[in-house]
Design a protein around this ligand. Structure first.
Ligand SMILES: Cc1cc2nc3c(=O)[nH]c(=O)nc-3n(C[C@H](O)[C@H](O)[C@H](O)COP(=O)(O)O)c2cc1C
Length: 416
């Protein structure tokens, strides 16, 4: 192999390592904060992968760089791991319904998080983090698409705006068993804007329609769109209707509406989830004007009472931050919103059911923290909750026997 190629690749690996280190720091810090920083890092990852792949296109190393196995979590045995005890317990997944869903959240709704949330509700539709078409087409797509059978019903969210690429990725989603593929037209991050991904696409309804058509032509699973009610400079109700109308004409029948506009310049993604006011009235007007479409409401929903109320108007509700920070809100979803007669799982039982999954992950070389960082929210609102969070977010990094620490934390949930 030529020396300049080797050097070029080494530089990329060093950059990658620096970025990965930042990402791992976030994980180690139990990132309960802003997933957008990681969103950027994630996109940077894909770019490094892409560049590295191009560099090595004609010069495959005879053995992999030693850096990668250290940086990337050891993968579990298979893409869709049907050996987990949970998959057996959940052999027949609930049918896909969008009555209640958990939002796609970068760095948060990874496969471990989804596995955990599934223990709390069998019916909630779960979304992956957004995966860009670039990452899927040029990166290790098996790694991005990997999930456990128990996670169904499960939707993959894609970020992109090239119809052919989106079609190819939708096909991958279907081949890997996803129940739905969703197009992100809501993310306001600068980085994705520069790649014509996310909320900026609200200014290009015909392009979104072309993307949806290409995806629908490629797969038989449903293709849905998650969007805002507008973007700055294009935030009138007429423009929103024009967007929905155009995309509907391409065959999309289900729209998840984050009921606030995105301000594409001057606000961070985090601010864009809080500062523009929620306009449930605008989303409700949309439902009234497009009664034949499935309209799912998203943004600021925190309780099952609020879900009940919104379901008088909308076809479904999607919860993001509340489902993550207070996951136990999901425990009564099956009974209250789907008429299930199964008993409501306790916090203690949910953690007990998660234990074999954690043990298998550790056996495969993974760290317990990859999973337990998503369960910290179980520790809210009862005496001992703080200790629970401390064990799993601080003490965990010193623990020699992580499962013993888990059991110690689990004991604090007894009777809850
Ligand atoms: C950490 C984080 C990451 C997010 N990543 C995505 C994403 O990848 N795709 C997306 O469509 N929305 C993303 N969102 C937005 C949520 O899906 C949702 O629309 C938003 O949080 C509003 O819902 P909520 O008020 O229930 O949290 C993200 C939100 C958060 C908090």
């Amino acid at each position: 192999m030529r020396l300049d190629l080797v050097k070029g690749f080494h530089t990329l690996v060093a950059d990658f390592a620096a970025t990965a280190e930042g990402y791992l720091d976030d994980c180690v810090a139990g990132n309960m904060g802003d997933g957008d920083a990681s969103c950027g890092k994630f996109l940077t990852f894909s770019r490094f992968f892409q560049q590295g792949t191009h560099l090595l296109a004609n010069h495959r190393p005879t053995r992999p760089s030693p850096t990668f196995p250290i940086l990337i979590n050891s993968p579990p045995p298979s893409l869709t791991d049907s050996r987990s005890p949970m998959s057996a317990a959940n052999a027949t997944p609930a049918p896909l319904s969008r009555r209640f869903s958990v939002a796609p959240m970068m760095d948060w709704t990874d496969r471990h998080c989804r596995f955990f949330l599934r223990l709390l509700s069998k019916n909630a539709l779960l979304y992956t983090e957004m995966v860009t078409t670039g990452a899927l087409l040029n990166g290790d797509h098996d790694r991005f698409l990997r999930h456990n059978e128990a996670e169904h019903p499960l939707a993959l969210q894609l970020g992109g705006s090239v119809p052919l690429d989106l079609a190819a990725c939708a096909r991958m989603a279907q081949e890997h068993g996803y129940d739905e593929v969703n197009l992100n037209v809501g993310c306001p991050s600068d980085r994705v804007q520069n790649n014509m991904i996310g909320a900026c696409l609200m200014g290009h309804p015909q392009l979104v329609a072309d993307c949806v058509k290409a995806m629908r032509d490629a797969v038989s699973i449903p293709v849905t769109v998650k969007h805002r009610i507008g973007i700055n400079g294009r935030d009138s109700y007429e423009e929103l209707c024009d967007f929905v109308d155009t995309v509907r004409d391409a065959g999309c029948t289900s729209f998840t509406v984050h009921a606030r506009i995105a301000i594409l310049e001057g606000l961070s993604p985090k601010e864009n989830r809080d500062i523009p006011p929620l306009r449930y009235d605008v989303a409700a007007r949309l439902k009234a004007d497009f009664p034949e479409l499935e309209i799912i409401l998203n943004g600021g929903i925190k309780t099952l009472e609020a879900c009940h109320e919104h379901l008088q108007t909308f076809d479904g509700v999607m919860l993001g931050r509340e489902a993550y920070h207070n996951p136990y809100v999901m425990a009564e979803v099956d009974q209250q919103l789907f008429g299930s007669t199964a008993p409501v799982i306790s916090r203690a039982e949910a953690l007990a059911q998660l234990r074999p999954y954690i043990a298998a992950h550790i056996d495969a070389g993974g760290s317990m923290h990859h999973i337990t960082r998503h369960v910290l929210g179980l520790g809210t609102g009862f005496p001992g909750a703080r200790k629970f969070r401390q064990l799993l977010s601080v003490d965990i990094h010193k623990a020699k026997d992580p499962l013993a620490l888990l059991d110690q934390a689990a004991a604090l949930l007894e009777g809850r």
